[in-house]
Ligand binder design. Structure first.
Ligand code: PMP
Length: 283
């Protein structure tokens, strides 16, 4: 498994970073996860734009321009033995001594990329849907930044692991925010509903694709605050992410969502998404 660290490609197992790296000490870094289908990165420009936005938000100078990032990602893809990949890309603020919260004036960012085999949800999961639980959103006020400081997300996810469920849906001040590692959509009486991008959630690349597809295919859509009560009364509930694509949530906190099976709008959108992926991936 060939990875990339700070200018060189090498087997992942041979790479290491200094213990003083602020990514290790402070969670001081940002990341992206880019799905790759048949060696073609999906929505790479959008991922690189979000990376640039995350870096700017945490005041790390972007170590590469977009063309260099593009080349790096494509080189890594070419060097893997498998065609469907999940590219993990991380930039931290780098090492600094002594340990100090203050942002160092002169640290060099640590750039890491590696690939895993991509495993989109199996057909059975798409057919049957998944279980989710809910909790109050335990995270900070800048959930729009894709930072490696993920303890809130980790603890949120632990709640669904404990319950044998696949995702944890979070609420803040009575409103839906997102999942521990996904965005959430609801359907009520044929209307697709999802929160607008804000500092309370990460704007998913998949979220944007689903909105584009809804508009293109004429699925009635409202982007507005969604209350916890609306989530609990929804006919359909979906989660979206680069790795899980679109999955129907068929039970929430042990109670069925709608009829307890993936709904008609979900099936439609899942089809649109697969078609879109195939089209996007044509050379
Ligand atoms: N929200 C959070 C908190 C996430 O971690 C993710 C996935 N990384 C998403 C939303 C979905 O983003 P994307 O569609 O870009 O994978």
């Amino acid at each position: 498994l060939i990875a990339y660290l700070n200018g060189r490609f090498a087997p992942l197992a041979e790479l290491s970073v200094p213990v003083l790296d602020r990514g290790f000490l402070f969670g001081d870094g940002v990341y992206e996860m880019i799905p790759v289908y048949d060696r073609r990165p999906f929505r790479l420009d959008e991922h690189l734009a979000r990376l640039a936005a995350s870096l700017a938000a945490v005041r790390i100078d972007n170590p590469h321009d977009e063309a260099t990032w593009d080349t790096l990602v494509r080189t890594l893809i070419a060097r893997q033995p498998f065609a469907d990949q999940s590219i993990y890309l991380q930039v931290t603020r780098g090492a600094a001594y002594p340990r100090n919260h203050a942002i160092p004036a002169d640290s060099t960012p640590t750039v890491l990329l590696f690939a895993d085999p991509l495993n989109p949800p199996a057909a059975a999961l798409v057919e049957q849907g998944v279980a989710a639980v809910s909790m109050q959103d335990p995270r900070w006020q800048r959930c729009d930044i894709k930072t490696t400081s993920l303890l809130g997300n980790v603890l949120a996810r632990a709640a669904s692991v404990d319950a044998g469920a696949v995702e944890t849906v979070m609420f803040r001040d009575g409103l839906l925010t997102e999942g521990s590692a996904s965005n959430i959509f609801t359907v009520k009486d044929g209307l697709l509903l999802t929160p607008a991008p804000s500092t309370r959630m990460l704007t998913g690349i998949t979220y944007d694709v689903v909105l584009e597809l809804a508009r293109h295919h004429g699925v009635p859509l409202q982007i507005r605050p969604v209350s916890e009560a609306e989530v609990r009364a929804a006919d359909e509930l979906w989660l979206t992410s680069s790795s899980k694509e679109i999955l129907a949530i068929v039970s929430l906190d042990g109670r069925p969502v709608g009829n307890g099976v993936p709904g008609p709008i979900y099936r439609r959108m899942y089809g649109h998404y697969q078609q879109f992926k195939a089209g996007e991936m044509r050379p």
